[in-house]
Design a protein around this ligand. Structure first.
Ligand code: NAD
Length: 257
């Protein structure tokens, strides 16, 4: 089989958490372009439904499911709903995430726990639930969205909970990859640099910082969600069969110095 054929995802079933908008929507679109059926999993059902309709134009089947990734019952119900419709799960893209900016000495415990709950515990719950299905199938690819913030401390904005949560996602990914390595279930993460999505552009705290970030960035600009598509399609499909336990930093060289 040639490499381009191995990159195809025809007939596969993928779900994307945080898939309604931003990075998740872009990845969901790419998976569909490569031939996968796609389930949009998000707390925001209205936006998920719009995204699912848009992606269905590409000729694959889509479904929108309202799920809070921090709620175990909700996550299990989401998996059951996907299995009832499609009978399998090939690709789990665990991507839902939030950021709260506050100095470490002022951040409330509730704020800290909220970020860890969505970004780390949510990835644990969704990847664990997907893995349970994939282990029975003897095959599957789990891809988690970490961040360059799991590698470096961003400046000038204070975001200790976010950085800690993303470092946790990277080690959770590696730990699951090692445990599942011989089973056919692969687990990898993607660590984007700054990407122009609502998370940044709709945040009154973060938006004014873009010029400072660009000045610190070797490439001199933020990334676009579509610039993460190729690595996600690669990790989803058979082309990456030997790739597990890896974290892919896609950041325009931001973390190089
Ligand atoms: P976004 O805010 O544009 O989209 C996030 C989506 O996640 C939203 O649709 C939201 O409804 C959903 N969501 C939030 N909490 C949820 C929950 N508990 N359950 C289900 N869905 C939930 O954000 P984005 O920029 O597209 O970020 C996606 C991922 O990429 C996040 O994990 C983020 O930390 C990570 N990331 C973003 C950047 C960036 O610069 N934008 C950089 C590195 C990593």
């Amino acid at each position: 089989m040639g490499i381009l054929e191995k990159m195809r995802l025809d007939g596969k079933v993928s779900f994307v958490t945080g898939g309604a908008r931003g990075i998740g929507k872009s990845i969901a679109t790419a998976l569909a372009e490569a031939g996968s059926h796609v389930v949009i999993v998000d707390m925001d059902l209205a936006e998920s439904e719009k995204t699912a309709v848009e992606i269905a134009q590409l000729g694959v089947e889509t479904l929108a499911i309202k799920t809070d990734v921090t709620d175990e019952a909700d996550v299990n119900q989401m998996i059951e709903t996907i299995l009832a419709k499609f009978g399998k799960i090939d690709v789990a893209f665990c991507n839902a995430g939030i950021c709260i900016n506050a100095p470490a000495d002022e951040m409330t415990y509730a704020q800290f726990k909220k970020v860890i709950d969505v970004n780390l515990n949510g990835v644990f719950l969704t990847s664990q639930a997907a893995a349970r299905v994939m282990l029975k199938q003897g095959r599957g690819s789990i891809i988690n969205t970490a961040s360059m913030s799991g590698h470096i401390v961003n400046v000038p904005q204070p975001q200790c909970a976010y950085n800690a949560s993303k470092a946790g996602v990277i080690m959770l990914t590696k730990s699951m990859a090692v445990e599942f390595a011989k089973t056919g279930v692969r687990v990898n993460s993607i660590s984007p640099g700054y990407i122009g999505t609502d998370l940044v552009l709709e945040s009154p705290n973060l938006k004014p910082l873009i010029e400072q970030w660009n000045a610190l960035s070797p490439i001199g600009r933020m990334g676009r969600p579509d610039e993460l598509q190729a690595i996600a399609v690669y990790l989803a499909g058979d082309a990456s069969d030997f790739t597990t336990g890896s974290d892919f930093v896609v950041d325009g060289a931001f973390t190089c110095f």
